[in-house]
Design a protein around this ligand. Structure first.
Ligand SMILES: NC(=O)c1ccc[n+]([C@@H]2O[C@H](COP(=O)([O-])OP(=O)(O)OC[C@H]3O[C@@H](n4cnc5c(N)ncnc54)[C@H](O)[C@@H]3O)[C@@H](O)[C@H]2O)c1
Length: 413
């Protein structure tokens, strides 16, 4: 018996990320690339040649082609909306590189087109498909709760993402620096982390503040910081500085769960360390985590290689009674949990597998009618928050977000 036919992909844009993405999908049997479009015909030809696909110069010809089921949008951001809208209206499913669009209006137009056409759209928010972040979200949910129903990790109170990123490959002519093409740092890059924070916190922000910094002696904006507030009282800050040599790149995500703190390293997370104080039920849950490593780290379509969940439980490390936020707690046991996908060396593999898992999700949803993890909802929301951060920085005021999905942003001082 043969399975369903592979979905035929048309890749629009044959640059750096399209090349990486095509490599990541190479052994995903559910998809095959049939066409590559790029006005730079050398690039289109080179990528198509490695995939046994044909090359065209014109993206509209690709969207109209009979042998394309899914349009992969991998052009610079300002071109995403027009291509995505045309693809949806031509009846194609869409795998959109992030950001979904560079403006909230365009993102909402795409949302309306997805609703009208019933096509599946996945936005390549790779962090939604990262096993470490998936595990952290699970540890504050019901699956890893004590018999009393109390989850191992409390709700997120604060999240801070520090991203000292490299500009070594971003010469002054690169489209990244042109806000009309990239949407600016919050939109081009920040969307990944606004969306990851939503997944970790389990809520979406109700207000946003942004501030931007310029390279000394230049008008080039290379530092962007945003703070978001969530209806459950959590706050998050996101700092992105594209001003470092490759060798000086460093990223840290710190998440405060009250009695627990998680530190995640790498912008593609490959390792997390959680230090926590807990009660008897919590210590028992921690002790069982290594045996549940597969369940904890599972992401459909992401093939884990050498995952390790290690724990250290120091029972009765302190007196049991404690107080936080005015409430008594029993916290006698100190624990450490480490989630490891293979350390820094595993980053390219984990990155590629996350892209693979995102495409696997699209295929699954085309076949089942279910909703992807990084759907149009997440795509629109991330663009909305990013655009609000940029808006806030420009106008020097807090931006309050209306209730999704009707949110056009409302500015108040
Ligand atoms: N998901 C991720 O982790 C991730 C990582 C890096 C980049 N990206 C995204 O991927 C996209 C592409 O980035 P990149 O680094 O590959 O850029 P790039 O500049 O290397 O490549 C872009 C390509 O698009 C082509 N192009 C421009 N206009 C076109 C059009 N109208 N039709 C067809 N092709 C066109 C260009 O000629 C170029 O070859 C961006 O949206 C970027 O944000 C995502």
């Amino acid at each position: 018996m043969t399975g369903p036919a592979a979905l035929r992909l048309g890749v629009v844009g044959a640059g750096g990320f399209a090349t990486f993405l095509s490599g990541a999908l190479r052994d995903l049997p559910d998809v095959t690339v049939t066409v590559v479009a790029d006005p730079d015909t050398d690039r289109a030809g080179r990528l198509a040649g490695t995939l046994a696909a044909r090359a065209v110069a014109d993206w509209q010809a690709l969207v109209a082609a009979d042998d394309v089921d899914v349009v992969v949008v991998a052009t610079p951001p300002a071109r995403h909306a027009e291509t995505t809208l045309a693809a949806l209206r031509a009846g194609r499913h869409v795998f959109s590189e992030k950001p979904l669009a560079t403006t909230e209006d365009d993102a909402i137009a795409i949302r309306d087109a997805v609703a009208a056409t019933g096509r599946v759209l996945v936005v390549d928010h790779v962090l939604r498909y990262n096993p470490v972040l998936r595990a952290l979200a699970r540890l504050r949910g019901p699956r890893f709760a004590a018999p009393s129903g109390c989850p191992l990790l409390g709700p997120v109170r604060r999240l801070a993402f520090e991203n000292d990123a490299s500009d070594e490959d971003l010469g002054p002519e690169h489209w990244f620096w042109d806000e009309r093409v990239s949407g600016g740092i919050f939109v081009e890059h920040g969307v990944h982390f606004f969306d990851a924070a939503d997944a970790l916190i389990g809520a979406t922000p109700d207000s946003v503040q942004g501030i931007l910094g310029q390279r000394p002696g230049s008008s080039l904006v290379d530092l962007a910081v945003a703070t978001t507030r969530y209806p459950n009282g959590a706050l998050a800050t996101f700092a992105h500085g594209f001003s470092h040599a490759h060798r000086c790149e460093r990223q840290l995500m710190r998440i405060d769960f009250g009695a627990a703190e998680a530190r995640v390293t790498g912008w593609i997370p490959v390792r997390a360390t959680i230090n926590l104080w807990t009660d008897d039920a919590g210590a028992a849950l921690v002790e069982h985590l290594p045996a549940r490593a597969g369940e904890l780290l599972a992401v459909d379509g992401h093939r884990l290689r050498d995952p390790a969940v290690t724990v250290l439980v120091h029972r009765h490390a302190g007196p049991a009674p404690a107080r936080e936020r005015g409430r008594p707690r029993e916290l006698p046991h100190r624990c450490r949990i480490t989630l490891d996908l293979g350390g820094e060396a595993a980053k390219p593999y984990v990155y590629a597998e996350s892209v693979r898992a995102a495409m696997h999700d699209l295929v699954r949803c085309v076949r089942t009618g279910e909703r992807p993890a990084a759907s149009i909802t997440e795509g629109v929301r991330a663009v909305t928050v990013a655009a609000a951060a940029a808006h806030s920085a420009r106008d020097d005021r807090t931006v309050h977000l209306g209730q999704y999905p009707e949110h056009h942003t409302v500015c108040t001082s």
